[in-house]
Design a protein around this ligand. Structure first.
Ligand SMILES: *Cc1c(COP(=O)(O)O)cnc(C)c1O
Length: 810
């Protein structure tokens, strides 16, 4: 893209407050942290709940960005940059994208529906790319922000666009339609997702159908309800298994689909069995039929559909490297996203990118690789390993470039000592099989992994933030290795989301975070005497909970010549764990009155029963006591500390008592204290392993230690390599608990062993090596905890450190 800023002003009906109307804009950004921002960037300062792009304008100006779309001009920045003043910056971004869309007269496929949007989009891209230069939404960029950013990626060379649109409430599709302006529509299906944003299914369906109001055709499953909601003039192209009014009638047999269309009959084999994949393949098939692809081509391409890996995964690598695995795609748009992700999650200063040839950018090759080179330079990538003939030819002048003809060449010459203490992004097109490179560079452990969904963490954080008043600060508790989910990776993500504080239990946890490069404020909840010195060295802030601890810390501060070292005063308002009591308050005040060695950053207390409605009176009493005592301290010392008392269930049940900050813990990790809260959270951790061996146990035989399980009929069993030493509670054995194999419940039989357990797989079609889910979406940790009479905290934090954690982002 290339615009003169002057020409953008009327498009978004902005008021101009600037000095140079002739600036050229060649990209649009909403992310202040991206290293891709520069002099050609038009930055839209979006305002969200607890996030405000206007706060970053100053630092962006320092980085050379000069053009901003804002809803107000921060006072001290008047005259320091060009400002386009508008009412609503998101709306302006959407207006700009809608305008941008009108500059291109190409066919656009618009996809919406409850499930399958991203897969259908990726598959269509694969199916149609031999004939078209395609632009598509990167990842699942389908929101009010994601759609405009996707569409802004179109360039002159593209001759087909595929964009997805996702909505969660009424009025949203109206905004997305003019941005995508699809010519061909696909409705994948209408399911339960986002029901809560609408009065009923009909309202939701009506809203979704708004995407198609200007399409020349809508492709969907034949459905009488949808027919009644459609405009009379709306042309449709429908399929069905049983309704012969559909344009395309289908039959399903084992591995293939029979197609009757235009009185003509043929069949295609599909490489999937599960209902969702079959439905997704059908929508792709319908597009090929609609575009008049010959039968033989349809058969050949559909048979080659493949599972889509949309996730960016963070893994531990050899020699203390961190691997970012994006080994299934390579296009210009997703490279930009992957580089931003690399910057956010890098664990080392040194960054390496292993990159294959790039396809389908729409740009001529020379232009493409010069853009890629610029991206890599802006992102301060020290070393680029290019694999493929095209990239090798075009990036050879890039500083720090090493080239290989193909993946096999790289693997042959592989030398593990070439990789050490760096973060490595591995990004390649599917046919380069970069998974083999990932396998080499990945740290070897056993098959059991705890997968952590970083999107879910962001979602849960935003859910609790949405309960906060603007301005309420957030501390996130990452004690006990981030509730078992991994402290450093989660801390990185939280730093990215700009939470205000992190809380850890012990000084060494804080030191580990500092060593990993986390520089935000960290509070240590159980500061031990012996660790005071180290805490100061690492800039960790102690919780001070008694007159003795206070005096000891002041003595240390004095010896070290510290002044105003931040401390946090803990009050015991009824929990009776740690904290000053009413009898200590005067002493606390007098001690603090006479010194400048420390400074009270915050005053807080902890609720004992914020999750129990039966204790509401007690909780309110605690809050009242806290308010009262902390007020006394504030008045006596004339200070303005941050006051805070709410933990996760406090935020949910007592939102009116946020004071100045809240302390979020378990909720971040996807555990709420009732059904309603749980429904609004996303599952974060999935504990997975594989079947080691399957057996047929005859009637009368037993399974496991102490012969606890006796087979009363021929029983098929599977042995699974995870046991109580990994943190699986023994009480979850003996048919109380189950695991999930191919979405079916397999009861755990017999006693759980130290490193293994056995399950009953009678009636489940599975084999050695198949995936087993111990917990995740199902069973949720909450279900396990309830069944065996414990709490989710204990299970999460009990998962052994020998279980490898893998972090991923959709
Ligand atoms: C652990 C902890 C929290 C967080 O509690 P959750 O119930 O997990 O939200 C908050 N404050 C203190 C002092 C804690 O120790």
């Amino acid at each position: 893209m290339s615009f003169i800023i002057k020409n953008i002003i009327p498009v978004i009906t902005a008021k101009w407050y600037g000095t140079d109307e002739t600036c050229t804009i060649d990209n649009v950004s909403i992310d202040s942290r991206s290293l891709q921002n520069g002099s050609g960037t038009l930055f839209f300062a979006l305002v969200g709940h607890n996030h405000n792009g206007h706060h970053y304008i100053e630092s962006l100006i320092a980085k050379g960005v000069t053009n901003f779309v804002v809803n107000h001009i921060p006072e001290h920045l008047v005259g320091k940059a060009n400002f386009l003043l508008v009412n609503d910056t998101l709306e302006s971004l959407q207006q700009f994208a809608a305008y941008y869309r009108t500059l291109f007269d190409i066919p656009i496929i618009g996809i919406t529906g409850s499930n399958g949007k991203t897969i259908v989009k990726e598959w269509l891209n694969f199916l149609l790319s031999p004939e078209y230069n395609i632009i598509r939404s990167p990842k699942s960029y389908n929101s009010q922000v994601g759609v405009p950013l996707s569409v802004i990626g179109i360039n002159e060379k593209h001759n087909l666009g595929i964009f997805e649109a996702g909505i969660s409430t009424i009025g949203e599709m109206e905004k997305l339609e003019p941005i995508i302006k699809p010519t061909i529509g696909i409705l994948t299906n209408i399911g339960a997702a986002h029901d809560e944003g609408f009065t009923d299914r009909q309202q939701k369906t009506t809203e979704k159908l708004k995407l198609f109001k200007n399409t020349s055709v809508l492709i969907c499953q034949k459905n009488e309800t949808i027919d009644t909601l459609l405009d009379h003039n709306q042309k449709t192209f429908t399929w069905s298994f049983d309704n012969d009014k559909a344009d395309v009638l289908l039959t399903k047999s084992n591995n293939s689909i029979g197609i009757t269309y235009n009185k003509h009959h043929f069949s295609v084999s599909i490489p999937f069995q599960d209902a969702a994949s079959v439905e997704n393949s059908i929508h792709c098939l319908m597009v090929l039929l609609y575009l008049n692809y010959p039968e033989a081509v349809i058969q050949e391409r559909i048979a080659n559909l493949y599972p889509v890996e949309m996730r960016l995964q963070v893994k531990n690598g050899i020699h203390n490297c961190t691997i970012i695995d994006d080994s299934y795609s390579s296009d210009y748009q997703s490279l930009k996203i992957a580089l931003d992700f690399l910057e956010q999650h890098k664990t080392h200063q040194k960054k390496t990118v292993i990159l294959s040839d790039i396809f389908q950018s729409g740009f001529p090759v020379e232009e493409l690789y010069s853009k890629v080179a610029r991206l890599l330079t802006n992102n301060k990538i020290e070393r680029v390993i290019g694999i493929g003939e095209t990239i090798s030819r075009h990036l050879q002048d890039f500083k720090g470039f090493i080239s290989f003809k193909n993946t096999a060449d790289f693997l042959n010459q592989y030398n593990s000592s070439a990789f050490e203490n760096e973060t490595i992004l591995i990004k390649g097109a599917r046919n380069f099989h970069f998974e083999e490179i990932v396998t080499l560079l990945e740290e070897k452990t056993h098959e059991t992994v705890l997968e952590i969904n970083l999107n879910a963490i962001s979602h849960n954080l935003n859910f609790y933030k949405s309960k906060l008043k603007p301005g309420t600060k957030v501390m996130v508790m990452v004690k006990a290795f981030g509730y078992g989910s991994g402290s450093f990776e989660i801390a990185k993500l939280l730093a990215h989301h700009k939470v205000d504080y992190l809380g850890v239990a012990f000084a060494d946890e804080g030191i580990a975070l500092r060593n990993a490069g986390i520089d935000m404020p960290i509070i240590v909840m159980n500061p031990e005497n012996s660790a005071f010195s180290a805490m100061v060295a690492y800039n960790l802030e102690p919780e001070i909970y008694s007159p003795q601890v206070l005096k000891r810390f002041i003595t240390l501060a004095q010896q070290k010549n510290l002044s105003n070292y931040p401390i946090h005063i803990k009050l015991d308002t009824g929990m009776h764990r740690l904290g000053f009591e009413s009898g200590n308050l005067n002493e606390l005040i007098t001690t603090l009155q006479h010194n400048n060695f420390v400074s009270v950053k915050s005053i807080f207390s902890h609720l004992s029963a914020s999750d129990g409605p039966e204790f509401n009176d007690f909780t309110l009493q605690q809050i009242h006591t806290f308010d009262n005592w902390s007020q006394q301290i504030v008045t006596a010392l004339q200070i303005q500390p941050i006051r805070h008392i709410l933990n996760t269930s406090g935020i949910y049940n007592f939102p009116e008592y946020q004071f100045d900050m809240v302390r979020l813990g378990i909720g971040l990790y996807g555990v709420g204290n009732d059904e309603n809260e749980m429904r609004q959270l996303e599952n974060v951790g999935t504990l997975k392993t594989v079947i080691l061996q399957v057996k047929n146990v005859p009637t009368g035989d037993s399974v496991g230690y102490s012969r606890k399980f006796m087979a009363t009929h021929l029983t098929h069993t599977a042995t699974i390599p995870i046991g109580y030493a990994d943190g699986i509670p023994r009480s979850w054995g003996n048919q109380k608990g189950y695991v999930l194999i191919h979405n079916q419940k397999a009861p755990i039989i017999g006693n759980i062993c130290m490193d293994m357990l056995m399950v009953d797989i009678t009636g489940i079609d599975c084999k050695e090596g198949d995936t087993v889910i111990i917990f995740g979406e199902q069973p949720r940790v909450t279900e396990i905890a309830k069944t065996i009479g414990t709490i989710p905290y204990e299970i999460l934090t009990g998962i052994s450190q020998r279980v490898k954690r893998i972090f991923y982002k959709e």
